[in-house]
Write a protein of this length. Structure first.
Length: 227
């Protein structure tokens, strides 16, 4: 494996790697693809957020038996989830499950031009219309959900959008990436971005697909193969 930048983390969790192997198979049903994306996101998100978040003591609570205890809060509390449409939607519920409090979900629509392979933005749901006058207006942590990093152009463009929005830190969660594409993403904002993946493939096809890869995640999730 080509050496990767220090802000890239590839999981070695045995259960996660086994699930990734199952996801690669062409015989895996659409129902199981959805389940596997969810479960991989749970495992990967748990690893990433264990490093990105800290705990602090909160106010006293009381158990059903009347005993008092010191509550625990997780920081930062100001977090946003940003799935890249469409396939990023398959990861949202898992990360919402992990986080102790509800957080905003903002959507970015980006597609890769089939000829140039360059990213094209067609939808942006970040609240740019607001006046960000306070330190709490933009997130301390933006979690970018993009199951596949191929050439890296789409994910890098999304990071640039988050920088312009004012996000203070970015975590990228991806199921699988191509080595060169992952490097490109890692170099977009190395001081502010951490990238977490379940696996990395070495090569891309001429059409910009991962090899061996796992196919088009969006098509497999939403049953639009052959559209």
């Amino acid at each position: 494996m080509t050496s990767l930048p220090p802000n890239v983390h590839v999981s070695s969790h045995p259960c996660l790697l086994a699930k990734l192997s199952q996801l690669r198979s062409k015989t895996t049903s659409a129902r199981d693809v959805k389940t596997l994306i969810h479960e991989i996101s749970l495992l990967l998100g748990s690893e990433a957020l264990a490093k990105a978040m800290t705990t602090s003591a909160g106010p006293q609570g009381e158990t059903p038996l009347g005993f008092t205890y010191e509550t625990t809060t997780a920081s930062p509390g100001n977090i946003s989830l940003i799935p890249i449409l469409r396939s990023g939607l398959g990861m949202v519920e898992a990360i919402q499950t992990i986080l102790p409090e509800p957080v905003p979900v903002h959507h970015l629509g980006l597609f890769r031009d089939p000829v140039s392979l360059s990213p094209v933005e067609y939808y942006n749901n970040l609240p740019n219309h607001l006046t960000f006058s306070s330190s709490e207006a933009t997130p301390d942590l933006a979690i970018l959900l993009d199951p596949i990093i191929a050439t890296g152009g789409t994910c890098a463009a999304a990071i640039q959008t988050l920088i312009e929005w004012g996000a203070k830190r970015v975590i990228v969660l991806s199921v699988l990436g191509a080595a060169e594409g992952v490097k490109k993403v890692a170099e977009e904002w190395p001081e502010g971005t951490e990238i977490w993946l379940a696996g990395v493939d070495k090569e891309l096809t001429q059409g910009g697909m991962l090899q061996p890869g796992l196919g088009d995640v969006g098509d497999r999730l939403f049953l639009t193969i052959g559209k």
